[in-house]
Write a protein that binds this ligand. Structure first.
Ligand code: ATP
Ligand code: SF4
Ligand code: MG
Length: 338
């Protein structure tokens, strides 16, 4: 059958738009001495196959806690998931037993953190650590697992991989260690990769190299990637969609080009004004005035109202606005966004 251009692009778009992971109204809190920290307050989003969803927002907005809830990495107590669903291949991860969850995440969902040194075991060689999962989960022989470990190091562009596979974590530079952690995350060919500020601790040139590499691998393998980052330059380069988080909520959700061209939420607009831009050399940056709220006492109404230059009475009196659809595939949680 000959497919027309439209039919081909519709078919490939359908494949692309296959939902992989759906987070629905997720709520997470921490019980601490002085009260309850409401860290995630009804987060919903869908990650599609082959797409990169960037998650941005100031420190403490709930980006990592959302990722850790998906991976079940939160220590309970003090953490408690108090609501919502996390659907992967139609199954709610929150309902799975510990061992069933470990099996799903081990096979299908992987995470890369900022701190590779903490994630790698200092007493085993990189080769051993890479091989171990392959032997246990894929039942590869020792020599085949070793060969695959070398291939994985080559994939993440570690030079001289067949020698370096014998080395221990401390023998690698920060950037190389981060590549090793990415190799480990990719070992079992996950469908979903969560990267939580994977390059923040590295120098700018190495950051760019690793982000480019991650982007290439994600596209080649058609993985879904959740990329948590403070770097809006990286967002512009690699993301397809963007979630903007504030005080444990997603306050704006939009295709990447729309976020930059037509940000709908006053918080997104303020975030964009606070980043350096090459085309605005010499201009003063606008810091976002005020501070994010204490998550033990989030203000009533729109949580952003104390810092918002467009706030009106209704922002204080009505409940926190839910995400509302706007033109251009955008949604924003603001009374007045358009
Ligand atoms: N173990 C814990 N006990 C109490 N509060 C916690 C705990 N872990 C996280 N939090 C709180 O949850 C909130 C969300 O934290 P989270 O780590 O998700 O922020 P983030 O958006 O990833 O910030 P950053 O950009 O700094 O990494 C923060 O206020 C944080 O203090
Ligand atoms: S709802 Fe009101 S306070 Fe909240 S972001 Fe919109 S204008 Fe600002
Ligand atoms: Mg974080």
């Amino acid at each position: 059958m000959i497919m027309t251009q439209t039919a081909v692009s519709t078919a490939s778009r359908d494949a692309e738009h296959e939902p992989l992971l759906e987070v629905d109204d997720l709520k997470v809190e921490f019980r601490v001495g002085h009260g309850v920290v409401s860290a995630v307050n009804g987060v919903s989003f869908t990650l599609e196959k082959g797409r990169t969803l960037a998650v941005v927002g100031e420190s403490g907005s709930g980006k990592s806690v959302t990722a850790q809830a998906i991976m079940r990495l939160l220590q309970t107590p003090p953490a408690r998931v108090t609501g919502g669903r996390i659907l992967f291949q139609g199954r709610d991860l929150l309902q799975l037993s510990e061992s069933a969850h470990r099996a799903v995440c081990g096979e299908h969902i992987a995470i890369v953190f900022q701190d590779a040194l903490a994630a790698l075991n200092p007493v085993y060689s990189i080769g051993f650590q890479l091989s171990e999962a392959l032997r246990r989960r894929r039942h590869l022989s020792r020599s085949r697992a070793r060969a695959r470990a070398i291939e994985l190091l080559q994939l993440v562009e570690v030079p001289n991989a067949s020698q370096r596979v014998k080395d221990y974590p401390h023998q690698f530079s920060g950037g190389m260690r981060q590549r090793v952690m990415i190799a480990m995350a990719l070992a079992l060919e996950p469908e979903v990769l969560i990267a939580d500020e994977p390059t923040t601790a590295l120098d700018v040139t190495v950051q760019a190299q690793i982000m480019r590499l991650l982007g290439e691998i994600q596209a080649e393998r058609e993985m879904g990637m959740i990329l948590i980052t403070h770097d809006l330059g990286v967002v512009a380069e690699v993301a397809d969609e963007v979630n903007v988080m504030y005080a444990g909520r997603v306050v704006e959700q939009a295709p990447v080009e729309q976020i930059f061209a037509r940000p709908g939420h006053p918080y997104t607009q303020a975030l964009l004004r606070s980043i350096p831009r090459l085309d605005r050399k010499g201009h003063q940056l606008d810091a976002i005035s005020g501070r994010p709220p204490e998550l033990t006492r989030i203000p009533a109404g729109c949580p952003f109202h104390p810092r918002c230059d467009r706030a009106e009475d209704i922002c204080r009196s009505d409940p926190a606005p839910a995400l509302r659809e706007l033109a251009g595939g955008r949604s924003a949680a603001c009374q007045f966004a358009e």
